[in-house]
Design a binder for this molecule. Structure first.
Ligand SMILES: [Fe+2]
Length: 300
């Protein structure tokens, strides 16, 4: 069976490119690289050409998620699997693949209506080591687990989302039934994995934006502390204070980016446990900052 191997990249539409350049370089420690036009910037965090593409756009949201398969055979098998399942897929032209810095690309939507790109063969630039935009103790963990995990809002039923991503070779399900003081029922959250990262995609409830948060994992715990200090010094709102998650075990915190959704930076994640589990709370911490948290509620 053909299988997604990682979240390879995302494209984010940003209304304030200048603010994002500063945030990406000075707060996140990413390398900011000029794009093909004044309306495009690339963000690097390892040897890949880019992991994030910023495009000037009023959406202030993730526009596209790029999911990798291992190679040409897996790419063709995936296209057949999707077509056989009745899912509309468009294979990109050579020019479209080149424009996205991959060997081959296909375009489709998930059951939420969210654009997905499935690709193989990213441009990897071993002659251009990642150059952080600010000091770091170490780097970001990307080998074996993709560059990030992403929590998204939900516009379809959990079962339909689960069936679609199972077709892509991802595993997982409901992992949290989280009691929320102002809601009558616990909110359910679904998590899906495809590699060593405990989850690559998560889905909450309906929300205006597609992206609830994008999470990067550091090699060293000191970089979580350094990022926290820099966020506070810059006057950026912390949305969830440091704590440890029950599912991925990351020690992390959440803060607001210039597009109004959240970034999470963490350390110490575990691999998927291999069998389903669910949790009603985290290990410790992760206290929401209540005056800002309401913007990020994901009611079931
Ligand atoms: Fe997260």
């Amino acid at each position: 069976m053909s299988q997604i191997t990682e979240l390879g990249y995302v494209t984010i539409g940003v209304s304030d490119l200048k603010a994002w350049e500063n945030f990406a370089g000075q707060v996140l420690g990413l390398e900011v690289v000029p794009g093909e036009s004044e309306a495009v910037r690339y963000l690097r965090m390892d040897y890949w050409h880019h992991r994030i593409k910023l495009v000037q756009d009023s959406s202030d949201d993730v526009l596209v998620a790029g999911l990798r398969v291992a190679g040409v055979l897996e790419f063709r098998a995936m296209a057949k699997t999707l077509s056989d399942a009745g899912i509309a897929v468009r294979i990109g032209s050579k020019a479209e693949a080149e424009a996205n810095h991959v060997l081959e690309i296909m375009f489709l939507e998930d059951p939420n209506g969210y654009p997905i790109e499935i690709f193989h063969g990213p441009l990897v630039q071993f002659n251009l080591p990642y150059h952080p935009g600010r000091r770091m103790h170490g780097g970001y963990k990307t080998l074996g687990g993709g560059f990030a995990h992403m929590m998204q809002s939900r516009r379809a039923e959990f079962d339909d989302i689960h069936a679609f991503y199972t077709l892509l070779g991802m595993r997982g399900g409901i992992e949290y039934k989280m009691p929320i003081p102002m809601l009558p029922e616990p909110i359910e959250l679904m998590f899906l994995h495809c590699n060593e990262r405990q989850h690559t995609f998560a889905f909450g409830g309906p929300a205006e934006k597609r992206c609830n948060h994008l999470m990067f994992e550091t090699e060293k715990i000191e970089d979580v502390g350094l990022a926290y200090d820099l966020v506070k010094q810059a006057g950026i709102p912390v949305i969830i204070e440091p704590g440890a998650h029950a599912n991925d075990h990351n020690f992390s915190f959440y803060f607001k980016n210039p597009s109004g959704f959240m970034n999470e930076i963490g350390w110490g994640g575990r691999k998927p446990p291999g069998q389903s589990e669910y949790y009603a709370g985290d290990v410790f911490g992760h206290m929401p900052v209540l005056n800002t948290m309401k913007d990020f509620m994901v009611p079931a």
